[in-house]
Write a protein that binds this ligand. Structure first.
Ligand SMILES: [Fe+2]
Length: 393
């Protein structure tokens, strides 16, 4: 089977990897624009970057006005600051919003886009970027995509170009130490969704599948932590590594209608991106199970023994190998396909919410399907899936 795999990002991981790799910052230029949200000042990431830049003798300016779900206006403001300051490179610190905004800023700081960022054909002349994720979900630190709010089309729109790959990414789980539980869960669902959607993509290949499997092993191995809301340093690093691996998957495969539909939920109803994916993923998997030829879901249809083995690996990786958990393992081994496990994550996580609100959300999904149908042309199987989805839901 033919495939292509391409992720040109230098990746550093582990505790204090920013401070330990100051030389990477030094070689990018003398003036940096730090693009971030408001939380980086609290989690220590901004302080680490500032310390490294100061030690290197590099000047920097901080643009911390990136809102959740970045707008065109905010990235234009950031680009204007980058030009005024004479920034030679960008350091993106934060979750998906600052990292995506940084990519658009890197483009607009160097390129004129009179037709607007969404219609603009992105060239090679882009400010070099270093990405430091402080949430584990988007994988933006290893993808060539930036998702920006498109008020004209009333959705979120992805811009993409090979030049949008960051030069380097730094994965340090300590920055997630004080992340709220809801953000941790929602972003983890985003990462799980990336890995699963990547495996079901028509562009999936042997390498992207291998990364997706390892990503799911790490992410689902942290399933008990996500339920309890208790995270060790290893748990946080596993989530961050798993999210980056899932990002490397979609960097090559793209996503699926789950993301396309989720953008409408986020735009119109303010549902967090990962949560929107988590709500839609079970229905999508149910459709795939019925409609996709067995060859496409071969990786998801493992034997019971294989699923138990993978679950056991996840528990060992998270240091819980010795805990008795026979009932959970038995549930995971039900002969209904690997997707059973993926369905359980959102169900369990959202179990505490009232059933009535879930019904409301599903009704909104039905409405949003109509709005988003036209956006699925890129996915080979999507037209017939989308026709089915209202009935599945
Ligand atoms: Fe996503």
């Amino acid at each position: 089977m033919d495939f292509r795999y391409f992720v040109p990002v230098e990746i550093y991981g582990g505790e204090d990897c920013v401070r330990k790799n100051a030389a990477v910052f030094a070689r990018c230029g003398s003036r940096a624009l730090i693009v971030t949200g408001k939380s980086s000042a609290k989690n220590g990431s901004l302080a680490d970057v500032a310390a490294v830049l100061e030690a290197n003798g590099q000047e920097y300016a901080v643009f911390d006005s990136v809102p959740p779900n970045p707008t065109v206006q905010s990235v234009e403001e950031g680009a204007a600051l980058a030009r005024r300051f004479g920034a030679g490179f960008i350091v993106a610190v934060g979750g998906g919003s600052p990292m995506d905004a940084a990519k658009a800023i890197a483009v607009l700081a160097r390129q004129q886009a009179p037709e607007g960022i969404f219609a603009h054909k992105i060239g090679e002349d882009v400010l070099p970027m270093l990405h430091i994720p402080t949430t584990a979900g988007t994988g933006s630190e290893v993808t060539p995509y930036a998702i920006i709010t498109n008020d004209e089309k009333q959705t979120k729109t992805s811009i993409s170009a090979p030049s949008l790959f960051p030069k380097a990414a730094f994965l340090d789980g300590k920055y997630m130490k004080d992340l709220p539980q809801s953000v941790t869960v929602n972003t983890a669902l985003d990462a799980v969704s990336h890995a699963v959607e990547g495996m079901l993509s028509v562009r999936a290949g042997a390498l992207s599948d291998a990364l997706a499997r390892e990503s799911l092993r790490l992410l689902l191995g942290e399933y008990p932590s996500l339920l309890k809301g208790e995270y060790s340093a290893l748990s946080r690093q596993n989530l961050l590594n798993g999210a980056a691996l899932a990002g490397m998957v979609i960097a090559n495969t793209g996503t699926s209608p789950v993301h396309g539909m989720g953008y409408s939920l986020t735009y119109f109803h303010g549902v967090a991106h990962g949560r929107a994916n988590g709500l839609l993923l079970p229905a999508f998997l149910a459709v795939c199970e019925r409609k996709i030829p067995a060859a496409y879901v071969g990786d998801l249809r493992r034997s019971r023994h294989e699923r138990a083995r993978i679950y056991g690996q996840g528990r060992r990786a998270s240091g819980r190998a010795g805990e008795p958990d026979r009932r959970r393992t038995q549930r995971l081994c039900r002969p209904r396909g690997e997707e059973q496990k993926c369905r359980k994550l959102p169900r369990k996580v959202f179990r505490s919410r009232p059933v009535r609100s879930a019904v409301c959300i599903f009704s909104l999904i039905r409405l949003s399907l109509f709005v988003t149908f036209s956006r699925f042309y890129f996915f080979e199987f999507s037209p017939k899936y989308c026709n089915e989805l209202p009935f599945v839901i």
